[in-house]
Design a protein around this ligand. Structure first.
Ligand SMILES: Cc1ncc(COP(=O)(O)O)c(C=O)c1O
Length: 384
């Protein structure tokens, strides 16, 4: 099997699976309980929080554990929108954000907030100048992702953060879901206020994520209840998931340089090979690590529907996707590719290849062979 759909989800590390199972069996006490079993679980929770905080270079009190990227994004945006509503009701985001940001902003529009949706260039990159122009007296939040999940385009997070440092009343949220473990993620150095992560995108298993909230930032909780997570996210903590995620963060950060280099080689090789195929057009920005994240290559075979190619590649035991997993069953052309100026045919024929550090150059070559064997044949059949 060749699994090239790591932006949809990754295979958990065996260490994360093991620790999940061990914690589920041995630490079943509720971390909030006062008795010994609860204290034992509470201690493990704090250890996991410290490991996660160390991986990001932040303090443990600045982390909120969540159920994943969607919840982290909703909590960040709605949480800030509600907490700062007296200050203003204007939010800035981009046209290529994940649905959990895009739809959240739309929901806030229905509640009376104003949202400016910034365009992107042909490479799928937001302009810092556009962010500056969009800022208003009543702007409370800018939400821009680190790495786009379909094109892999890297956004100028450091530059936006440095622009926003001159606007202390505007908070900066970064959806870092596709960046962590592939590129450096440095909340303190960049000077961002909120950062969303999701464990299943970095081999940590499904159902757990986190939200970094810089100390001093107010957040109205999405989940009200028993007051867990400093009252910012009530609900009994998913201790096995949190410990498994912390383990994956530690492993991921320990291998970041090596993994980034390896996936960059895979990406550069795939792009070189794709360029030899006259029926393929590259959609992702070309320059790895500067414009394009090392794990994502998006390309189109115009004239063919992407679903048809995805299924044809399955016959070779190769797994890729058409776009973000959550919208891949939607028949409309990708909103992200259209925003980057691609036409409908190109957007409807797009494929996303996404690597993990376990993938190899040989797998890339086998993938290219499969594309060579299927795409021209399919194109002939479709023409008949
Ligand atoms: C950029 C981005 N943000 C958020 C999410 C949502 O994360 P989760 O699946 O953990 O809810 C995804 C998932 O594809 C994503 O790619």
């Amino acid at each position: 099997m060749i699994y090239f759909d790591n932006s949809a989800t990754t295979k958990p590390y065996p260490e994360s699976v093991k620790v999940f199972s061990d914690v589920a069996g041995d630490f079943f006490g509720n971390p909030s309980s006062l008795h010994g079993l609860g204290l034992k679980s509470g201690k493990l929770l704090q250890q996991a929080r410290q490991i996660a905080a160390n991986s990001l270079g932040v303090s443990s009190g600045e982390l909120i554990f969540t159920s994943g990227g969607t919840e982290s994004n909703n909590s960040a945006i709605k949480g800030v929108a509600l907490a700062y509503r007296e200050r203003g009701k204007h939010i800035i985001t981009s046209a290529i954000e994940h649905a959990s940001v895009y739809e959240t902003c739309k929901q806030l529009e229905d509640l009376g907030y104003t949202v400016t949706v910034l365009p992107v260039n042909r490479k799928g990159i937001v302009s810092v100048e556009d962010v500056k122009k969009a800022l208003r007296e009543d702007t409370i939040l800018v939400s821009i992702m680190q790495v786009n999940s379909e094109l892999g385009s890297i956004q100028p997070i450091g530059e936006i953060a440095s622009l926003l440092s001159h606007y202390p009343k505007v908070l900066f949220h970064v959806d870092g879901v596709q960046g962590f473990g592939k590129l450096p993620v440095m909340p303190k150095k960049w000077g961002i206020d909120l950062l969303s992560l999701s464990a299943h995108k970095f081999h940590g298993g499904r159902g757990t994520g986190l939200l970094y909230v810089r100390q001093g930032v107010k957040l109205s909780p999405l989940m009200s209840g028993g007051g867990q997570e400093q009252g910012r996210r009530s609900g009994t903590e998913n201790l096995p998931g949190i410990v498994a995620m912390a383990r994956a963060m530690k492993i991921g950060m320990g291998n970041l340089g090596k993994n980034q280099k390896h996936m960059s080689r895979l990406r550069d090789h795939l792009i070189t090979r794709l360029k030899e195929l006259p029926y393929c057009i590259l959609n992702s920005p070309e320059v790895t690590n500067v414009e394009g994240a090392p794990q994502i290559v998006n390309f189109s075979c115009p004239g063919l529907k992407s679903e048809v190619i995805v299924h044809a590649l399955e016959d070779y035991d190769i797994y890729v996707s058409t776009r973000s997993a959550c919208s891949s069953k939607n028949d409309k052309p990708s909103r992200v590719l259209l925003a980057a100026g691609m036409d409908v045919d190109r957007a409807k024929s797009a494929l996303r290849v996404s690597f993990s550090p376990e993938n190899t150059i040989e797998e890339v070559d086998r993938f290219i062979e499969a594309v060579e064997q299927t795409v021209p044949k399919l194109a002939k059949i479709m023409r008949v």
